[in-house]
Ligand binder design. Structure first.
Ligand code: NAG
Ligand code: NAG
Ligand code: NAG
Ligand code: NAG
Ligand code: NAG
Ligand code: NAG
Ligand code: NAG
Ligand code: NAG
Ligand code: NAG
Length: 774
């Protein structure tokens, strides 16, 4: 045992050392493979201090938990609600440690558990219980976090945090304090939308203290997104069981700041329970099991995931191993320290959503408010993730793909529809039914371990059945009091003429384009339907292509144009005119051929219209390649990567959006991107960001090795060889990479003819855009 403890001690020292290393400015470059990729994850800095809108923030937080964990634990530096994250680098006070289900900025929290250490008089009121800390005394890794805080009675509290999927593990060490305690918060007031801080709601929960078992248990029905979406989920709650390793010296209940000593039970709003420990107590460990099913289940989760006697070092080691299992599969050579941090932190971000919603083979479903057998996931923003995040998860986490699809099919069975944006239940956020795309892509890439017939019925329903009262409800963004939004506008002009009418529905032009992107029928082999959907998919987008302006534009029911400001979902006519990813040749034809399409792309970029902060622009730099102007894709992609990603607190130019921002970076670093994800192809972009990348894909027999010697000084692609075969077009098949192999880029310092006929034929001047060399 001593030996083991020594090893674990070294692990902690290793973690601390790695962090110290991160704080120093790192060596400019290193040439040996990164063996411990986990140490390059920088969860504290990357993406959590910038502006919540208008760019400059990933909106992520430094959380500890394994990949896809049901609960992630985070030091809470402010009260979190929609558009406000619970940790913000600009803050200097910790108010507790939260087991959050929303470690990000874009949606509301659901049933969190919060644990607050303290010393002195018990302080339950949020504003009064904060303790100052300094970033210099924080350690942040994916598996372990620690911070030193000043206690209110003097002295310090050294808090350490780790977690498994459903259980948080905290260790509090009290230095020079007299009366240590730990408070467990059941319920709090929360702001309904950030616009009006006085508009609050008070969920009513419960708390029960059992000094004999050293447990504080309770439940919290808070669901901040309850005002949107069709599912009331009346039985929803987060349940928890906090088990301590030290005997209680005293205890009580706090309700909205009023303390009742020796009380073991409380119900209501703004409620907490606390345990005091004998004066002089040095260390208190608490493990907090979280459940969506019951307190008993939360207790079972503790016993199963972090049984009595487990040290926090053991928990951290296990969680670190879970990250290493994924991150060490990818080795990069020739990366600067900054690039390596951006790259591996990106991977860390791509493996958080959707998160596990099942416990011990069962899950609570908010769709029918019942507990079912099976596994389940929640926390999607499919409008974002269908682009590249899903393709990336298919490569790096294939063992979860069928289960994730099966989970969406359960949502369909229990709620009647596939999810759009599921945050416990449907929230109707964004437009389109891109779950269809996820399922089609999974099928196209060989995943079959789910009920294919149900899958077909579910996507067929999306494509053919309009929402309730489709003629009279516009389904505007976050409209309250409406049913499932799905393909709003399907029953109006769309079915007959091909566009969603902008006088009847919000975001009509974006809807028209997004609804067209559905090729699922062919993937499922229903050929009669396939012909119908193909015709629709190929025709509908161009019903809103305005020949007079050369842009997509919304139309009203009678066919008139609605103007270029109307009908967009988080984008404009520039981004959305390129939104025909399944038919780029058709779009090129409408734009007058390759040369004028490439010129249009130049106008888009040179005019500052490419808004990489949001997803509709993500595929656009790749489109030059499909118009015979690959050298220009090579320039643009490098530029976007350099300008929009770095390892500062403002690192991501836009919200991470469940991993899509980082998935763009990761694929671009490999040298290719899934422009049309359901086609099972990738478009080759720039040279890879690093000289050599070795990817040990879980389902592949051999590693995928991507080489591009001399790349840093040679930005242009001369040729690409895949498993020894020269590529004459810039398109890779999924089969080329899925089972490993080699991709070799020959690079050049000068623009090359490869895949660039349009430019070489002299119809275009060389780009004035400066080429970026990293
Ligand atoms: C972090 O806090 C700063 C200062 O209050 C604020 O400007 C920024 O929007 C916050 N960032 C996030 C992601 O909440
Ligand atoms: C904590 O308290 C000590 C001693 O009073 C003080 O020197 C230090 O600056 C405080 N730290 C923070 C982060 O407030
Ligand atoms: C509070 O906010 C909710 C959600 O935005 C809104 O429906 C409600 O009308 C607001 N209440 C008041 C009193 O402003
Ligand atoms: C809690 O107390 C504050 C002031 O002390 C009061 O404004 C608020 O309404 C109370 N909340 C509840 C839910 O009782
Ligand atoms: C709480 O219980 C303890 C132990 O029985 C007792 O000493 C103490 O006086 C009680 N406190 C109050 C406020 O009732
Ligand atoms: C645009 O022009 C093409 C070719 O002349 C025509 O087929 C198409 O109907 C026109 N589109 C619209 C929306 O008017
Ligand atoms: C079509 O509808 C728009 C408003 O929805 C109206 O301004 C326009 O005059 C109508 N055009 C025709 C030809 O009826
Ligand atoms: C446009 O470029 C693509 C990609 O190089 C090529 O396949 C296609 O044939 C070109 N189209 C025309 C009309 O030249
Ligand atoms: C990092 O990227 C953000 C977002 O694009 C940008 O605002 C910031 O200036 C960049 N910081 C550095 C040091 O390059």
């Amino acid at each position: 045992m001593r030996h083991r403890l020594l090893l674990l001690g070294l692990l902690q020292i290793g973690i601390a050392w790695a962090t110290v290393l991160h704080r120093r400015s790192a060596p400019a470059a290193f040439s040996k493979p990164l063996s411990v990729a986990v140490d390059y994850v920088n969860p504290r800095l990357i993406g959590n201090g910038g502006y919540s809108s208008g760019g400059g923030s990933g909106g992520m937080v430094p959380s500890t938990a394994p990949p896809f964990a049901m609960t992630r634990w985070v030091a809470q530096t402010r009260q979190n609600y929609v558009s406000v994250t619970l940790y913000n680098y600009t803050n200097s006070v910790v108010y507790g440690f939260q087991g959050t289900h929303q470690p990000a900025i874009w949606m509301g929290e659901s049933g969190p558990a919060v644990v607050v250490p303290g010393a002195g008089e018990v302080r339950s009121v949020f504003e009064q219980r904060g303790m100052s800390f300094s970033h210099a005394e924080e350690i942040t890794t994916p598996s372990y976090y620690s911070v030193i805080m000043n206690a209110s009675e003097g002295g310090q509290i050294y808090a350490e945090q780790s977690a498994t999927s459903r259980v948080g593990h905290l260790r509090f060490r009290f230095e020079n304090t007299k009366t240590p305690y730990v408070l467990v918060e059941a319920t709090r007031a929360f702001v309904l939308g950030s616009a009006d801080p006085t508009n609050v709601t008070y969920p009513r929960g419960s708390i029960l203290i059992d000094p004999r078992r050293r447990e504080i248990t309770g439940h919290n029905p808070e669901r901040q997104d309850f005002i949107i979406g069709p599912n009331a989920a009346p039985g929803f709650a987060g349940y928890y069981c906090a088990r301590f390793d030290a005997p209680f010296g005293g205890f009580g209940i706090a309700q909205n700041g009023t303390i009742t000593e020796n009380e073991t039970h409380g119900d209501g709003a703004v409620l907490s329970g606390f345990a005091r420990f004998a004066p002089g107590t040095k260390t208190v460990n608490v493990r907090v099991g979280v459940s969506f099913i019951s307190i008993e289940q939360a207790r079972r989760n503790v016993d199963k995931e972090i049984p009595d006697g487990t040290t926090i070092e053991e928990t951290a080691e296990k969680t670190r191993a879970a990250w290493a299992e994924k991150l060490d599969r990818i080795k990069v050579e020739g990366a600067s320290h900054e690039d390596a941090e951006v790259f591996y932190t990106g991977i860390f971000h791509t493996l958080q959503y959707p998160y596990e919603q099942d416990e011990d083979g069962h899950y609570y479903s908010g769709y029918d408010d019942a507990v079912h057998a099976g596994s389940s996931y929640t926390g999607y923003s499919i409008w974002d993730t269908f682009r590249a995040e899903w393709a990336w998860q298919i490569l790096l986490a294939p063992e979860r793909i069928s289960g994730m699809v099966q989970s969406m099919l359960q949502d369909y069975k229990e709620g009647g529809w596939l999810p759009m944006w599921k945050n416990i239940v449907e929230t109707n956020i964004m437009v389109g039914t891109h779950a269809d795309s996820l399922i089609a892509e999974a099928v196209a890439k060989g995943f079959r371990d789910f009920d294919l017939d149900t899958a077909y019925n579910a996507v067929h329903k999306d494509a053919t059945v309009p929402p309730q009262d489709d003629w009279t409800i516009s389904y505007s963004d976050r409209q309250q009091g409406v049913g499932y939004e799905v393909r709003a506008g399907l029953s109006s002009v769309y079915a007959e003429r091909g566009w969603v009418a902008s006088d009847l529905h919000s975001e009509a032009a974006s809807r028209t384009l997004d609804y067209a992107f559905s090729v699922v029928a062919s993937a499922s082999g229903k050929n009669a339907d396939a012909a119908f959907f193909r015709a629709r998919a190929w025709n509908a987008p161009f019903t809103i292509f305005n020949n007079a302006t050369g842009f997509m534009e919304a139309r009203v029911a009678n066919g008139s144009w609605a103007g270029q400001d109307a009908g967009w979902t988080e984008g404009d006519e520039w981004a959305y005119t390129f939104d025909v990813v399944h038919d780029i040749p058709g779009l090129i034809e409408h734009k007058g051929g390759n040369a004028s399409f490439a010129e249009f792309l130049d106008q888009h970029f040179n005019g500052g219209h490419n808004d990489h902060r949001n997803e509709p622009s993500h595929h656009i730099p790749y489109l030059y390649s499909l118009a015979g102007a690959a050298t220009k894709s090579q320039e643009r992609i490098r530029e976007v990567a350099k300008v929009k990603y770095n390892n500062s607190i403002n690192d991501l130019s836009g919200n991470e959006d469940c991993g899509q921002m980082s998935a763009w970076y990761i694929f671009s670093a490999f040298g290719f991107y899934p422009v049309n994800p359901v086609s099972a192809t990738y478009v080759i972009g720039t040279r890879p960001f690093f000289e050599k990348i070795t990817i040990d894909l879980p389902n592949a027999k051999r590693p995928l090795v991507i080489t591009s010697p001399g790349a840093p000084n040679k930005p242009y692609v001369r040729s690409v060889t895949v498993n020894g075969r020269m590529l004459d077009s810039p398109v890779l098949q999924h089969a080329d990479i899925a089972s490993g192999g080699s991709i070799h880029f020959e690079m050049s310092a000068e623009p090359q003819a490869w895949a660039s006929d349009t430019l070489v034929s002299g119809t275009l001047r060389p780009s004035p855009f400066p080429c970026v060399i990293l």
